[in-house]
Design a protein around this ligand. Structure first.
Ligand code: C2E
Ligand code: MG
Ligand code: MG
Ligand code: MG
Length: 291
């Protein structure tokens, strides 16, 4: 009976809504098996120091490749993972991957880099999150400050009291905290002084048209000033051109991330990329010191 009621209701759906619902159901069904079937991987996107252009950090970005659906973007499956609670095991897996990778890069003798991991709203409710972070840091003997958590303003504001405690718990572990997509959430700026935040990441929507839209330039300049006045580092994401990179450097932005420097890539691809990038920098340094 419930089934036939379901069919009757379905008739009133517009085709688009129906399609959307079915797509979600398909994603949910496949997502349940994704970790077990090893369809998930983590890519890393470099972040450079605006002045030296040295790579100082990497953002861990989750990738899902399903044998039938192909590559599914996080924008499509993260919301489904959040609704179903699958974000807990998936999110914990990303943290574990990032920590193991930090350890591998250290053993390989790569220069120290901070790896950041995105946390979504539902993960903030995972009672096992802090314990999981702590055991991943320990198991891989990681300097806690080399792990960074990216959180959005809306996530903090949704439950400011609970978030305050959680952020303090993160801070007690020694990890770094950044506000992702800064400037797009609804928020009170008061949280910036109350919570132990280290960095602001200017949202890409302000960076995209930085050179053509005076409003975006004003907003970007204001975010950099606000961050610096509060003693926070400021990162720009979505840097796609040399011109944007120069402009952000001139504005005093600390770190830059975007396709102009590198796309997110698998760890195996990152190592040769880093070596190739470092080589000319080192040759220049050696030349300078031999003079
Ligand atoms: P985000 O945290 O703001 O990540 C930055 C997004 O911008 C990434 O998209 C990245 O590939 C893209 N991007 C980087 N540079 C450029 C650029 O120059 N131009 C343009 N147009 N885009 C650029 P991606 O990987 O598709 O991730 C989308 C969002 O999904 C992320 O936004 C993040 O909120 C979420 N996400 C990704 N991985 C995870 C994860 O492991 N856990 C959670 N909870 N969320 C994740
Ligand atoms: Mg992010
Ligand atoms: Mg994010
Ligand atoms: Mg972002």
């Amino acid at each position: 009976e419930a089934k036939s009621a379901g069919r009757d209701t379905a008739r009133f759906f517009t085709p688009e809504i129906d399609l959307h619902t079915r797509e979600r159901q398909v994603i949910e069904q496949y997502l349940r098996l994704a970790l077990a079937n090893q369809e998930m991987s983590v890519h890393y996107q470099p972040r450079v120091d605006a002045r030296s252009l040295n790579v100082v950090g990497l953002e861990a970005l989750l990738r899902w490749h399903h044998p039938v659906l192909g590559a599914v973007s996080p924008a499509r499956f993260i919301p489904v993972a959040e609704e179903t609670g699958l974000i807990h095991p998936i999110g914990q897996w990303v943290i574990q991957q990032a920590c193991e990778q930090i350890d591998r890069w250290r053993r390989a003798g790569l220069p120290p880099m901070v790896v950041s991991v995105n946390l979504s709203a539902a993960q903030m409710n995972d009672p096992g999150l802090v314990g999981h972070l702590q055991s991943c840091l320990r198991a891989n003997r990681i300097e806690p400050a080399s792990l960074e958590l990216e959180i959005t303003e809306s996530q903090i504001m949704d439950n400011a009291a609970a978030s305050g405690e959680l952020l303090q718990a993160f801070k007690a572990l020694g990890v770094q905290l950044s506000i992702d997509d800064f400037g797009t959430g609804y928020s009170s700026l008061a949280y910036l002084k109350r919570f132990p935040i280290d960095k602001l990441k200017i949202d890409q929507s302000f960076v995209r048209d930085l050179l053509s839209d005076p409003a975006d330039l004003s907003i970007t300049r204001a975010i950099i000033a606000l961050g610096h006045n509060l003693g926070l580092g400021v990162v720009a994401e979505g840097v796609e051109t040399a011109e944007a990179s120069e402009q952000l450097k001139a504005l005093g932005c600390d770190e830059l991330q975007g396709f102009y420097f590198a796309r997110p890539m698998p760890a195996a691809q990152l190592e040769p990329w880093l070596r190739e990038r470092q080589a000319p920098l080192e040759r220049r340094r050696n030349l300078a010191s031999s003079r």
